[in-house]
Design a protein around this ligand. Structure first.
Ligand SMILES: Nc1nc2c(ncn2[C@@H]2O[C@H](COP(=O)(O)OP(=O)(O)O)[C@@H](O)[C@H]2O)c(=O)[nH]1
Ligand SMILES: [Mg+2]
Length: 216
C-alpha cells in the first residue's frame, strides 16, 4: 500500500492567514479597530460585546458587530435590540469562524460608517485558536461557571490570544470557583507577559479596564 501524505492542515492554515492579512489591511484602510472575541459557550461574549459597544457609542464612536454562530440569529437579534449595528454570520457546520467567511461578511458592511468592529466567534475553546481573522486583537472570554481548570485544559487558545477575560466574578463563590486559581494558571502559562481581566458584565465591573486594555 502506498501512503501519500498531503499537507492539508498546513495549506488550510496558510490560506487562512493570507486572507486574514487581506482583512487586516482592508480594515486598516477604513481606519477600523477590530477585535475577535473567542471563548466558551455561555461565557458572556455577546453580553460583553453589547456592554462595550454601549460604552463606546456613549463616547460617540461608531460600532458594528459580526455575530458568529453555527446556526440561528439569537445573538444577532440581541445585538440589534441593544441598538448595536450587527451582521449575522452562520458557519452552518464549522465550529469556528475563518478569515474567508469574515472576508465575505465584510463585503456586506459599509466600512466607512464605523470606527470599531467586534466579531463574536463561535463558542469553542479549541478550534478558533488556529484561525486568525485579521483583527487587531484576539480576546478569549471564559467565566467562573465553567470551573477553575479552563486555562489548564485549553493552552492553545490562551497562548494565541492577546488578553483573556474572566467574566461572571459576581457568582464565583456561588459556583465554588476561586478566580485567583484561574489568574495564577494564566500567569504561569503566559509567563506574566499577558493580562487576564476579571469582570462582571452583569454588575458592570471591570469593563473600563477591558476598554483600556484594548486601547478603545
Ligand atoms: N451572573 C452573570 N451572568 C452573566 C454575566 N454575563 C453574562 N451572563 C449571563 O450568561 C448567559 C450567557 O451569556 P451570553 O452573552 O449569551 O454568552 P455567550 O454564549 O458567550 O455569548 C446569559 O444568560 C447572560 O445573561 C455576568 O457577568 N454575570
Ligand atoms: Mg453569544
Amino acid at each position: 500500500m502506498h501512503i501519500v501524505q498531503v499537507g492539508m492542515e498546513y495549506d488550510v492554515l496558510r490560506e487562512n492567514n493570507k486572507i486574514a492579512h487581506e482583512n487586516y489591511h482592508l480594515l486598516k484602510e477604513h481606519n477600523i479597530r477590530s477585535i475577535d472575541f473567542m471563548g466558551s459557550i455561555g461565557a458572556g461574549k455577546t453580553a460583553l460585546i453589547i456592554k462595550l459597544a454601549e460604552k463606546l457609542r456613549a463616547k460617540g464612536l461608531r460600532v458594528c458587530a459580526i455575530a458568529g454562530d453555527v446556526t440561528g440569529d439569537d445573538d444577532f437579534t440581541r445585538m440589534e435590540v441593544s441598538g448595536l449595528d450587527a451582521v449575522n454570520c452562520n458557519t452552518e457546520h464549522e465550529c469556528h469562524l475563518d478569515a474567508n467567511i469574515i472576508k465575505k461578511t465584510l463585503s456586506k458592511i459599509d466600512l466607512d460608517k464605523y470606527d470599531i468592529l467586534f466579531i463574536e466567534n463561535v463558542g469553542n475553546l479549541v478550534c478558533p485558536a488556529d484561525f486568525p481573522l485579521g483583527t487587531d486583537y484576539r480576546v478569549v472570554v471564559i467565566s467562573t461557571t465553567e470551573g477553575d481548570d479552563m486555562v489548564r485544559k485549553h493552552h492553545d487558545i490562551f497562548t494565541h490570544s492577546d488578553i483573556a477575560i474572566l467574566n461572571k466574578i459576581d457568582i464565583a463563590s456561588a459556583v465554588d470557583v476561586d478566580p485567583e486559581i484561574i489568574a495564577n494558571d494564566y500567569n504561569k502559562l503566559t509567563g506574566g507577559l499577558k493580562n487576564i481581566y476579571k469582570c462582571s458584565v452583569k454588575k458592570d465591573e471591570g469593563i473600563n479596564e477591558i476598554l483600556a486594555a484594548l486601547k478603545l
